[in-house]
Design a binder for this molecule. Structure first.
Ligand SMILES: Cc1cc2nc3c(=O)[nH]c(=O)nc-3n(C[C@H](O)[C@H](O)[C@H](O)COP(=O)(O)OP(=O)(O)OC[C@H]3O[C@@H](n4cnc5c(N)ncnc54)[C@H](O)[C@@H]3O)c2cc1C
Length: 382
């Protein structure tokens, strides 16, 4: 398929944003209501995301990707989410918590086999950490693996996993022995065709409809020794490092939804002005601008190679709250039309409401921030 706007590795964040924005106006935004209604991203749009290079964002050209910095990634994700939150989350999960961990922890053979196709968008990447009984407390996971002569065998289940139905690869986290706590957990690359791996159910959600959320069953999944990603016992390091980057991306997605809700509100106030609506509009603008500054700051620190996990949590905390409050005010400003099924205002509110829960809840971001502020070596500056 001919690429209309494919970004090049040398492009600046402004250029990536312009290209993503053009793509969103042309392809994504017109399909947003249908994606929400059908709870499905059409295959042709997934193919366009691949041909435009969005699945290769942050992956060097050497491995088939489009390169690009964290600043580039947040610009693209904000734009995609402005058109469809489901599409933005699909790309964010694929890149930041599946492809990038394989880039950072994988052997050359793993990168050749799994990363190269992911970077080209041949299959979407998924990240399987959460379980029916282990979410915020990831060290409490119960999916178990045991060593066998030629590799590993795995038993357990995963819950709320995005992208897994059409996944090219799922990163699965499992423990050798729950009694070992965080030291028992390892990361594995699991291609979904593997025997014993199945999608038990696809979950029907309030928002982010179109972004698949599933329960996975791992019933005697046999994996070769090469499936282990990173050193044995370092699985939670793989997961948490991925989630820090992932939160910058999810913050950018929440920012995109906040901006879409602001733009919708602006159009409504222009059409029918009132003093109270002006107040809502001003608050919405300020919250979008503050979120953008925090998202950019986290991405800049990531690009600079300095610690950024706390900045990622702050950006995710603030941007996801902003999305919920602006989208909620947007329904008020839209009036009764804002609660009608199929209206932009109600879809944005449902989409926004999911962001405080994904990739670490709001309470978990607050705990991360507080721990960082109170660390002995910490000199909090704002
Ligand atoms: C749409 C969607 C997509 C998702 N995609 C993925 C995915 O691709 N991969 C994946 O692995 N997971 C995914 N998740 C799971 C998500 O990351 C978890 O839902 C989240 O981490 C919370 O875990 P939990 O649901 O088990 O809640 P719990 O951890 O049981 O938390 C319940 C409540 O208690 C609060 N809480 C928990 N511990 C503390 C504490 N110590 N202090 C204060 N409050 C606390 C939480 O903030 C929350 O409000 C997804 C979830 C959703 C909704």
């Amino acid at each position: 398929m001919r690429s209309l706007v494919a970004p090049e590795p040398s492009d600046s964040p402004a250029e990536w944003r312009r290209k993503a924005s053009e793509f969103v106006d042309r392809v994504v935004a017109p399909a947003a209501s249908r994606i929400d209604r059908d709870d499905r991203v059409p295959d042709e749009i997934v193919a366009r995301l691949a041909s435009e290079g969005f699945f290769g964002l942050g992956i060097p050209a050497e491995w088939g990707g489009r390169g690009g910095s964290a600043r580039d990634a947040v610009a693209v994700l904000e734009e995609l989410a402005r058109g469809s939150a489901a599409i933005a989350v699909m790309v964010a999960v694929h890149t930041s918590v599946c492809a990038v961990p394989i880039l950072e922890w994988g052997t050359p053979a793993q990168k050749e086999r799994y990363l190269r196709p992911l970077a080209r968008g041949e299959g979407v990447g998924a990240f399987g950490l959460t379980e029916p009984g282990a979410g915020s407390d990831a060290a409490g996971l119960r999916t178990r693996y045991a060593r066998e002569a030629n590799g590993f065998v795995m038993h357990g289940s995963k819950m709320f996993i995005s992208n897994a139905v059409s996944a090219g690869v799922v990163l699965v986290f499992a423990t050798r022995d729950p009694a070992l706590g965080h030291r028992g957990v390892s990361a594995f690359i699991v291609p979904p065709g593997t025997g014993g791996f199945s999608v038990a159910q696809r979950l029907d959600k309030l928002g982010l409809r179109g972004s698949e959320t599933t329960e996975l069953v791992l019933d005697g999944v046999r994996l070769p020794a090469e499936a282990l990603l990173g050193p044995e016992g370092d699985g939670l390091k793989v997961a948490f490092r991925g989630l820090a980057g992932g939160r910058v991306g999810i913050a950018a997605c929440a920012l995109g939804v906040a901006r879409a809700a602001f733009e919708e509100m602006l159009a409504n106030v222009r059409a029918e002005d009132a003093e109270w609506k002006r107040t809502q509009l001003a608050r919405a603008y300020a919250a979008v601008a503050a979120s953008r500054a925090l998202v950019d700051r986290a991405a800049e620190r990531k690009d600079a190679g300095v610690p950024y996990a706390t900045d990622a949590s702050v950006a995710k905390l603030v941007a996801s709250r902003a999305a919920v409050s602006i989208a909620s005010a947007g329904v008020d400003v839209a009036g009764p039309a804002g609660v009608l099924s199929g209206s932009n205002a109600e879809r944005l509110l449902r989409d926004a409401r999911v962001f405080p829960l994904v990739e670490g809840t709001t309470e978990i971001q607050e705990l991360i921030l507080a721990r960082s502020l109170l660390a002995p070596e910490s000199e909090p500056t704002v």
